[in-house]
Design a protein around this ligand. Structure first.
Ligand code: GLC
Length: 742
C-alpha cells in the first residue's frame, strides 16, 4: 500500500511540475509578444465603481485603457454582469490578456459570517476554514478571482480599528487561523470553480501602528518582527497563498511598499515566495507623503525595486515605469519578473482558456446565500459568541418566561450586524435577508412568551429621551435583554478610537435598567475590545456578540435560550482602561514583576489601576463546568530531537453538554533573550456531554521550545520549562516542569 501511495504522490508531483512547466512556457511565450506598455499594463490595477475602499484615482479612460491592454486588474467590480462587461473589453485588446477581479471578501461575500476577530474567538479552525470556503464559493460564482484576505496582522492595540479584521493578539492562534483561512479561500487548487486566490495582508506589522492610530509609523526590533508579527504571514505562505499585499505603514523608517528587506530579502528571498505582491490602495504614491520618495516617479522606482509587483490605484507604474526603463534606472528584468508572476496566476486560474468562467449567472443563482451557506453562517456565529459573565444562573433564559423586554439601539438593526468589510452588493434589501436580533428572539420564544421592545437611546450622542420608555418597558418584564455596543462603522479601516468606552449614553441606559431591579442580560456588539467596567461589575450576565453577520439574530437567540452552549474564548485582551494599552498576555516578566494585580511600590504597575486586564486572553465561560485533572508528562527531561507527551483529564461536571477550548501554555524560564511569562503553544476545542470525561493529549517538540535569539536564529535553548494547561491565559488549571537538555 505504502509503495502505491509513494508512486501516486510521485506521479501527482510529476504532473504538477509538468503543468507548471507548460504554464511557464506559455507565460514566456506571451511575454515575448508584449510591448513595454502592455507589460506595465499588467502591473496596473484600478477600482471599479461599486464601492470605493480608499481615495479614488480619477481616471475617466478606464474602459479605453482596458481595451488597449493598459490595465491588468480591477477591484470593486462585483457580480457576473459587471465582471463580464469589463472582461469583454479586455478581450478586445491586442493580446486578449484577461483581467483579474479582486475584492475584499473578508468574512463572506453575500452570506456574511462573523467578523474575523469574532471567528477567531471560536478557536475552531474547521469552522474558520468553512467560513472562508463558503465565501470563496459565493465570490467565485460572482466573477471574483481574488480576495484581499486573510488579514493576518497581529493586533495588540484595540485603539486600532482594524483589529476587527484579524485574529487577535496571539502569534500561535493567528498563524493557525491564517493557514485555515488560506486553505478555505483557495480550496483544493487554484482554477477550481469554487476557489479564489488568497491575498495575505498587510505585509508587514501594520497592526503595531504607534498609538493604535491607523496608517501610523511602526518601529520594532527585527527580533520582535520575526517572533511576533511575521509567523502568521509565513503560515499563510505555507498554506499556498497565491498573493500578498503590502502595508501602508513605514516600518523602521522605510515604507513597507518600498521595503527591500521585507519584500525581497524575506518574502521573495528567504521564504522563496513565487506569487505576486499587490500594493495596498495607493501606497506606492503615498511614499511621497511619507517623505520617502520625492515624487511619483521616485516612488515607482522604489516600489518596483523593492518587489511590489502590482500598483493598486496610485498611477505610479502607469505613468513612470516606461520612462524609468528607458533611462536605464529600472531593468526590464524587474518588470518581466513582476509580469510573469501575475500572468502565471491568470493561467493557473484558467482565465486564458475561458475568461468568463467565473461570471456564470446560473451558478451565481444557486451559490449565493443558499440554505446550506446560511446554516454554516449560523454555526460559525454561534461558536464565535463569548459568554463573559453569568451570575445567579441568569442564562440560559427559562423557557417558561412570560415577558421579555428586549431593549437597546442594536435590537432591531439589520445591516449593523454585518460589521465592517461586509461586501456592498448592489440592490440588496438587508432587512429581508439579515436576521436581526429581534427577529432571532421572535423566532425562538414560544407563543406564551411576550416580547417587548424599546430602543432606549442611539449608539452615540447624549440624548436620553428614550430612557423613560425603556425603564417602563423593563418594569413590565420578567427579564431584560439589553443590546448595545458600536455601530458597524466604528471599527474597521480608518476607525481608530482614543476612547474605548461604550459610545454615547449606553452605559447610562444600562444603569437605568439595572435600577429597576429586574434580571438583566447585556449583549455587547463590537468590532474590538471595548471598556464597560460599570456594566461588567454590576450586571449579572454579559455576552460579547461582536458583529455576527447574516444569521446574527438566530445565533444570539440560540445562545440566550441555551439551545447552543456558548464556547467562545477571547482572542484579545480586554483592558480596564485605555491607559493600559498596549496590554497583552504574553508580556515579558521585567526585573520587577508585580506579584499580583493589586501590587504597587517598586514593581511594574500603575498606582491608579489594577495591573490585570478586565478580561484576559483566552477567557470565556460556558453553561456547564469543566474539571481539569491528572496532568502527566511522558518525561521530565528531553533532548532537542525528542518530544514530550502531555496528557490530562478533562471532565464535564455540569448538567449540559458543552465545548471547552483547552489551552497549552509554556514558559521558558531563562533564555539568551528574555521570554514571555507564558506563550500559547497549542489548543484543542473539546466537546463533552454532561458527566463525560476525556484524556486530552498534546505533544511538545523542538518547534514549541524554540525562539529567535538576538541573531534572529530560530533555536531551542537548553533550560527549564513550565507547562501550563489553562482555561484561559489567566486561569491555569494544571502545571508541571521539565528540562530541555543539550
Ligand atoms: C484598503 C485596505 C486593504 C484593502 C484595499 C482594497 O485600503 O487597506 O485591506 O484590501 O484597500 O480595498
Amino acid at each position: 500500500m505504502k509503495k502505491l501511495t509513494t508512486f501516486a504522490l510521485l506521479m501527482v508531483s510529476f504532473f504538477a511540475a509538468a503543468q507548471q512547466e507548460t504554464i511557464d512556457q506559455k507565460v514566456n511565450a506571451l511575454l515575448k509578444k508584449m510591448t513595454i506598455e502592455e507589460k506595465i499594463g499588467q502591473l496596473n490595477q484600478y477600482t471599479g465603481d461599486n464601492s470605493a475602499t480608499g481615495p479614488i484615482t480619477i481616471n475617466p479612460n478606464k474602459q479605453a485603457e482596458i481595451k488597449a491592454g493598459l490595465i491588468g486588474s480591477m477591484l470593486n467590480v462585483v457580480g457576473t454582469k459587471y465582471t463580464r462587461q469589463y472582461q469583454e473589453l479586455a478581450m478586445q485588446s491586442r493580446l486578449k490578456i484577461p483581467l483579474l477581479f479582486g475584492q475584499d471578501v473578508i468574512h463572506g461575500y453575500k452570506t456574511t459570517f462573523p467578523i474575523p476577530l469574532a471567528e477567531a474567538a471560536s478557536w475552531d479552525l474547521q469552522a474558520i476554514e468553512l467560513a472562508a470556503r463558503v465565501a470563496a464559493t459565493e465570490a467565485s460564482a460572482s466573477g471574483i478571482h481574488w480576495t484581499f484576505a486573510p488579514m493576518v496582522d497581529i493586533g495588540r492595540d484595540p485603539r486600532w480599528g482594524r483589529v476587527m479584521e484579524g485574529a487577535g493578539e496571539d502569534t500561535y492562534l493567528g498563524s493557525k487561523i491564517a493557514y485555515a483561512r488560506v486553505k478555505g479561500f483557495q480550496g483544493n487548487k487554484l482554477g477550481d470553480l469554487n476557489s479564489v486566490m488568497a491575498c495575505v495582508k498587510h505585509f508587514a506589522a501594520y497592526g503595531a501602528a504607534t498609538g493604535g492610530r491607523d496608517y501610523n509609523s511602526v518601529d520594532m526590533s527585527e527580533r520582535m518582527l520575526f517572533e511576533t508579527y511575521l509567523p502568521p504571514f509565513k503560515a499563510a505562505l505555507d498554506a499556498g497563498a497565491a498573493t500578498f499585499m503590502n502595508s501602508f505603514n513605514d516600518i523602521n523608517g522605510i515604507p513597507a511598499t518600498g521595503n527591500v528587506h521585507l519584500q525581497r530579502d524575506i518574502l521573495k528571498g528567504k521564504w522563496n515566495f513565487q506569487g505576486f505582491v499587490v500594493s495596498d490602495w495607493g501606497s506606492i504614491g503615498e511614499m511621497v507623503a511619507h517623505g520617502y520618495s520625492k515624487d511619483l516617479k521616485a516612488a515607482a522606482l522604489s516600489a518596483i525595486t523593492a518587489g511590489s509587483d502590482m500598483d493598486m490605484e496610485s498611477n505610479a507604474y502607469r505613468y513612470n515605469l516606461a520612462e524609468l526603463v528607458k533611462e536605464g534606472k529600472v531593468s526590464i528584468d524587474l518588470i518581466d519578473d513582476a509580469v510573469k508572476r501575475i500572468l502565471r496566476k491568470k493561467y493557473e486560474l484558467g482565465l486564458f482558456e475561458n475568461p468568463y468562467k467565473y461570471s456564470d449567472d446560473k451558478r451565481a443563482e444557486k451559490a449565493l446565500n443558499n440554505p446550506e451557506n446560511r446554516k454554516a453562517a449560523l454555526e460559525v456565529a454561534e461558536k464565535s459568541i463569548v459568554l463573559l459573565k453569568n451570575e445567579n444562573q441568569t442564562l440560559p433564559l427559562s423557557k417558561s418566561l412570560k415577558t421579555i423586554a428586549f431593549i437597546g439601539p442594536m435590537v432591531k438593526e439589520y445591516k449593523a450586524n454585518m460589521g465592517f468589510w461586509s461586501v456592498e452588493l448592489p440592490d440588496v434589501d438587508y432587512d429581508k435577508w439579515v436576521v436581526s436580533q429581534w427577529d432571532g428572539l421572535q423566532n425562538k420564544v414560544g407563543k406564551n412568551t411576550k416580547l417587548l421592545y424599546a430602543k432606549g437611546c442611539e449608539v452615540d450622542g447624549d440624548n436620553k429621551d428614550g430612557f423613560a420608555e425603556a425603564v417602563a418597558t423593563a418594569k413590565q418584564a420578567d427579564v431584560v435583554i439589553l443590546s448595545i455596543g458600536e455601530r458597524r462603522d466604528m471599527s474597521g479601516e480608518a476607525k481608530s478610537r482614543s476612547d474605548l468606552h461604550l459610545p454615547g449614553v449606553q452605559e447610562d441606559l444600562v444603569k437605568a435598567i439595572q435600577a429597576t431591579g429586574k434580571p438583566v442580560v447585556v449583549l455587547v456588539n463590537a468590532g474590538r475590545p471595548l471598556i464597560f467596567n460599570w456594566t461588567a461589575d454590576n450586571i449579572p450576565a454579559i455576552v460579547y456578540t461582536w458583529w455576527l453577520g447574516t444569521e446574527a439574530g438566530n445565533a444570539i437567540a440560540n445562545v440566550l435560550s441555551g439551545d447552543y452552549n456558548p464556547s467562545g474564548k477571547l482572542p484579545m485582551t480586554f483592558p480596564r482602561e485605555v491607559g493600559q494599552v498596549p496590554i497583552y498576555y504574553n508580556h515579558f516578566s521585567t526585573g520587577r514583576p508585580a506579584p499580583n494585580e493589586n501590587s504597587t511600590g517598586y514593581v511594574s504597575s500603575y498606582i491608579d489601576l489594577k495591573n490585570s486586564p478586565k478580561f484576559p486572553f483566552g477567557y470565556g465561560l460556558s453553561y456547564t463546568k469543566f474539571n481539569y485533572s491528572d496532568l502527566k508528562l511522558s518525561s521530565a527531561k528531553i533532548k532537542s530531537n525528542e518530544t514530550i507527551k502531555v496528557s490530562f483529564q478533562l471532565s464535564n461536571v455540569g448538567k449540559v453538554a458543552g465545548e471547552e477550548v483547552v489551552q497549552l501554555y509554556l514558559q521558558d524560564k531563562f533564555g539568551s533573550v528574555v521570554r514571555p511569562v507564558l506563550e500559547l503553544k497549542d489548543f484543542q476545542k473539546v466537546k463533552l456531554n454532561a458527566g463525560e470525561s476525556k484524556t486530552i493529549e498534546f505533544t511538545i517538540d523542538k518547534e514549541k521550545l524554540s525562539l529567535y535569539n538576538d541573531k534572529i536564529e530560530w533555536v531551542a535553548e537548553p533550560g527549564d520549562f513550565e507547562v501550563m494547561i489553562g482555561a484561559s491565559s489567566a486561569d491555569i488549571k494544571l502545571k508541571a516542569n521539565f528540562e530541555l537538555v543539550q
